[in-house]
Design a protein around this ligand. Structure first.
Ligand SMILES: Nc1nc2c(ncn2[C@@H]2O[C@H](COP(=O)(O)OP(=O)(O)OP(=O)(O)O)[C@@H](O)[C@H]2O)c(=O)[nH]1
Ligand SMILES: [Mg+2]
Length: 249
């Protein structure tokens, strides 16, 4: 595995992909905060026909501000496919940098500038990490913390991925990464999706950097985390390891 040359091309256009499912109140608050962090930031909200009317709030933002776009899907199709759609949109519209971000305020909005400037130092993937020094969680039950840390450790041991927070969802991808990781081939959802993206980025020799974040548990709305998502993650790491032996990844 060869480390890629450092990419120092300028970051002029930034996209924040935000998948939403029943996040009406959260979305109302988070969009203006994100947009005001940096004038280069645009947003793509991918709403899956949320029964609580999140899609209408998204439309309202899009109407008021040309930096905000919305894609409506017919029903709840999962986080992974929402990101794939967003990545494709990002490539089609030539964004230099693309963030994935949750709508529930778990990912600290005020870390966006630091993540952008870290990319500008020549990194390809910047990860908002709970499990590096200075990172952590607030209001997360001890058992979820333990589950997350164990999942990360397990992934590191099985796949060799040198990342402390392997299921982190707050990430910034440089354009060349999205061009090279075959996003259309990504089938996994939830935690597995987060692991798969990091693994592919690393295996392609891109430069990864974790920066600490304090992850806050959601205050408004309900979790969509399911047992199936945890179960899937358990197997995906073996699939990644085995397919990398045969150089498929
Ligand atoms: N478009 C779309 N968005 C989704 C779907 N499932 C979850 N989301 C969104 O993806 C983000 C992460 O989902 P969460 O429910 O917060 O998942 P989590 O962070 O693992 O769990 P909690 O923080 O405990 O709720 C949020 O912005 C959700 O609204 C989905 O099927 N489709
Ligand atoms: Mg969440």
């Amino acid at each position: 595995m060869k480390l890629q040359e450092r990419d120092n091309s300028p970051i002029n256009k930034i996209l924040v992909i935000m998948p939403t499912y029943n996040e009406r109140e959260n979305l109302e608050g988070i969009v203006p905060k994100i947009i005001s962090q940096d004038s280069r930031i645009n947003m793509l909200i991918v709403d899956d026909n949320s029964p609580d009317g999140t899609g209408l709030i998204a439309d309202k933002f899009a109407k008021e501000n040309s930096r905000i776009k919305v894609i409506h899907r017919k029903g709840k199709l999962g986080l992974g496919s929402a990101y794939v759609l967003g990545f494709r949109y990002s490539l089609e519209n030539r964004f230099d940098l693309t963030f994935t971000m949750d709508a529930d305020f778990s990912h600290p909005v005020d870390k966006l500038p630091e993540m952008i400037s870290t990319v500008e130092q020549g990194y390809d993937l910047v990860i908002g990490s709970r499990w590096v020094e200075g990172g952590g969680t607030v209001n997360w039950p001890r058992n979820r913390e333990r589950l997350s840390q164990t999942a990360s450790k397990y992934t590191r041991i099985v796949t060799g991925l040198p990342v402390k927070d392997t299921t982190a969802g707050f990430q910034a991808f440089r354009k060349r990464v999205l061009e090279n990781i075959e996003i259309d081939g990504m089938k996994s959802d939830g935690y597995s999706f987060q692991i798969e993206t990091k693994f592919k980025v690393w295996r392609n020799g891109f430069r990864l950097k974790e920066i600490p974040i304090i992850f806050k548990d959601r205050v408004i709305g309900v979790s969509k985390l399911s047992k199936r998502i945890i179960f899937e993650a358990f197997f995906i790491v073996w699939w990644l390891r085995i397919s990398s032996i045969f150089s498929k990844v």
